[in-house]
Design a protein around this ligand. Structure first.
Ligand SMILES: Nc1ncnc2c1ncn2[C@@H]1O[C@H](COP(=O)(O)OP(=O)(O)OP(=O)(O)O)[C@@H](O)[C@H]1O
Length: 246
């Protein structure tokens, strides 16, 4: 299971002509495990959405030889409606679109795989529970089970461990490390620098512009973190053009 490289070439992404990510270039190497770090509003979620093709660049390009279906995506918790009337098992089965039969029939094999994924994330016995009745950590485990079933070549995680307790974070980090070991490309937006330094070999530090991208120890230097903070303090939310580089 290896994924091809994903190359960003002078990428700019805007909302209503206001650039959120400016002139970003670099490469996610095949099978790399990368943290995206940076202050609030730095464009991290925006970048993930552009990488998988959900947002179109205002300038530059995202280059890869992947289909939309090669991407597995875990959105920020705030973007998910847990009130949707669906069971835990059916939520996990949403990851099995690839092998679902005609007219949405779910193969027996997929149900078995979904049950196995729930065991892997520590939720055996939760199959019939309504997702609205789950704690934040249990729900995050369900979403990881769905990604396990999806079996994607590139996995994009947006703040996967925010508001999640230490034990659940450890369990889910184990799954991330396993995905990396399989040769998948994994990219995760993270705010916890300790987690970044302990588990992510590569880091892309973003403050709308690229501050650094490469080995985590080099990128997460005090000088770079100060620079990211200083850039965040200068942001003009209403700017319609890219501000000059620092
Ligand atoms: N749908 C949208 N419409 C308009 N502006 C948006 C939209 N989504 C994000 N933005 C703006 O783009 C900028 C970058 O937002 P983004 O969510 O990518 O940042 P982030 O680095 O993920 O932040 P956080 O750490 O707070 O989650 C922010 O100024 C935000 O207000």
């Amino acid at each position: 299971m290896s994924a091809p490289a994903i190359r960003l070439d002078n990428l700019t992404i805007s909302y209503d002509r206001h650039p959120a990510v400016h002139h970003l270039s670099g490469t996610f190497q095949p099978g790399s495990l990368t943290a995206i770090a940076g202050p609030n509003g730095a464009g991290k979620s925006t970048l993930l959405k552009a990488v998988m093709g959900e947002l179109r660049p205002a300038g530059g390009r995202v280059e890869h030889r992947l289909q939309r279906t090669d991407f597995g995506y875990l959105p920020q918790a705030a973007e998910i409606n847990k009130r949707f009337p669906i069971s835990v098992l059916d939520t996990v089965l949403l990851g099995s679109w690839r092998s679902a039969g005609a007219f949405g029939r779910v193969a027996k094999q997929d149900t078995a795989l979904a049950r196995a994924a729930l065991v892997t994330v520590g939720l055996e016995g939760f199959e019939k529970r309504h997702i609205g009745s789950l704690s934040a950590g249990q729900f995050q485990r369900v979403l990881f089970a769905r990604l396990l079933l999806q079996d994607a070549r590139v996995i994009l995680l947006d703040e996967p461990f925010t508001a999640i307790d230490a034990r659940t974070t450890r369990d889910l980090l184990d799954i991330v490390v396993r995905w990396h070991g399989d040769g998948r490309t994994v990219i995760a937006v993270l705010h916890d620098f300790g987690q970044v330094k302990a588990h992510f070999p590569e880091t892309l530090l973003l403050a709308r512009r690229l501050i650094g991208w490469g080995p985590t120890r080099e990128v997460m230097s005090s000088a770079n973190l100060l620079r990211a903070r200083a850039m965040a303090e200068r942001w003009d939310e209403d700017a319609e053009a890219c501000e000059p580089a620092a």
